[in-house]
Design a protein around this ligand. Structure first.
Ligand code: NAD
Ligand code: MG
Length: 386
């Protein structure tokens, strides 16, 4: 049976991996809509190849360019932020949420409100407004399928009908490219070094987050919303080989883990075929070649971003959203060469100390806190650069 699918953020790392899986299946999937922010060429090419019904570019000024790139095809063209939300609302059996950052929140909420099954890669939206998002998903009777490899692993091992059977959820982390660096060595790293992850190929923002371990911090908060066991039962374990993607420890001492290749097409395929399974072109995991699996405690002194995220998780309310917004701006400043690598966590800490808003009750509240946290971050960045 043909399944209809929409991909929000179709030109990114997750988006293109999703397209790769879909295109290999021939007519099994019917593409409703593809969206991107700026990459007109990538979007138009993907829309032509998949014969998508609609292609949407986020930057309104690029409407003409996209229209031209799709001239002579049957693909409907639209542009602008609202057009992305409209695309998310179109009926589809499965929607991939792979926009990076807070920008993904409104589109994913639009899909959830319409009761769409959402494969969620966009962790920042969950960090900013997880409570509100999961409530809407529950009320709409829809399923949030985690794409993030760790959460997808937990999802596969978790007792969904009775979470009280769980003693601990353990998220694994590769440790990133600077796992063994001293703080002095980290002070000198460049954006080019930070975006080069040893095990995974990903977008720039999440690659920097993996290097600071903020990614694991955001994932703790993400796990808190997806798997209701209480924050005190969530933990992080460094595992440099990225073979064990996460673990669930039960009350009786049994530990279930999901293992697999370090290729996002495996967790994406899990959500795409769910509750069935589908084949992928990923190189199968060969444990004899891997040889050994190492595990160690994370170092919260060398990686203060993880400590900040643990604290934001414990504090709850608006704190995770402030952490996330400050981090997004600080990472952008680092990538632009405005600040050093160690300044990222330092700036986030400053913003958390200065800005303590009330808990958000609506999505608009959450977005207002996000915007305000970014203003605080900008002034902290200006002081830092001065
Ligand atoms: P990416 O930067 O490669 O792609 C981002 C996509 O979002 C692109 O299609 C881009 O056009 C679109 N986009 C960017 N800004 C936008 C905006 N303001 N409005 C609308 N669309 C916008 O990022 P990625 O690595 O594919 O990551 C996407 C999401 O998935 C992130 O939230 C990331 O944390 C999460 N994730 C990624 C991986 C990975 O392996 N890449 C793994 C786990 C989770
Ligand atoms: Mg992950």
């Amino acid at each position: 049976m043909t399944r209809t699918v929409t991909i929000l953020g179709a030109t990114g790392s997750i988006g293109t991996s999703t397209l790769d899986l879909i295109e290999r299946e021939g007519d099994r999937f019917d593409v409703v809509a593809l969206t991107a922010q700026r990459d007109v060429e990538g979007l138009a090419a993907a829309a032509r190849r998949t014969r998508a019904h609609r292609a949407v570019i986020g930057e309104a000024r690029l409407y003409g360019a996209l229209k031209e790139a799709l001239a002579g095809s049957d693909v409907e063209v639209a542009a602008g932020r609202d057009a992305i939300i409209e695309a998310a609302e179109l009926p589809a059996d499965w929607t991939m949420a792979a926009i990076v950052g807070t920008a993904g929140l409104n589109p994913v909420m639009a899909a959830l409100r319409r009761g769409r099954t959402v494969a969620l890669a966009n962790k920042e939206s969950l960090v900013l407004a997880g409570g509100l998002m999961t409530r809407v998903a529950r009320e709409a009777g829809t399923t949030l399928l985690p794409v993030d490899s760790e959460h997808n692993a937990v999802f596969q091992c978790f007792p969904h009908d009775d979470p009280t059977r769980v003693r601990r959820v353990i998220l694994t982390a590769s440790g990133g490219p600077f796992r063994q660096f001293t703080r002095e060595e980290m002070a000198r790293v460049t954006p080019a070094q930070a975006v080069k992850h040893p095990n995974w190929s990903m977008g720039a923002k999440i690659s920097v987050d993996s290097a600071t371990l903020m990614n694991k911090g955001l994932e703790l908060i993400e796990a808190h919303h997806l798997f209701p066991v209480g924050h005190e039962r969530l933990s992080v374990l460094i595992h440099p080989q990225s073979v064990v993607h996460s673990l669930v420890e039960y009350l009786d001492g049994s530990v279930l883990a999901q293992l697999g290749p370090a290729d996002m097409r495996t967790p994406i395929a899990h959500t795409l075929a769910w509750p069935e399974r589908m084949a992928t072109p990923c190189t199968p995991l060969d444990l004899a070649t891997v040889g050994r699996l190492d595990f160690e405690e994370p170092d919260l002194v060398r990686f203060p971003a993880l400590a900040l995220a643990f604290q934001a998780l414990r504090d709850g309310g608006a704190r995770p959203g402030v952490l996330n917004a400050a981090n997004e701006e600080a990472v952008a400043a680092f990538l632009a060469g405005r600040i050093g690598f160690l300044d990222i966590a330092f700036i986030v800490e400053k913003v958390l100390a200065r800005y303590a808003p009330r808990d958000p009750e609506t999505i608009d509240d959450a977005l207002m806190i996000d915007a305000e946290a970014r203003r605080y971050t900008e002034s902290a960045l200006e002081r830092q650069a001065a």
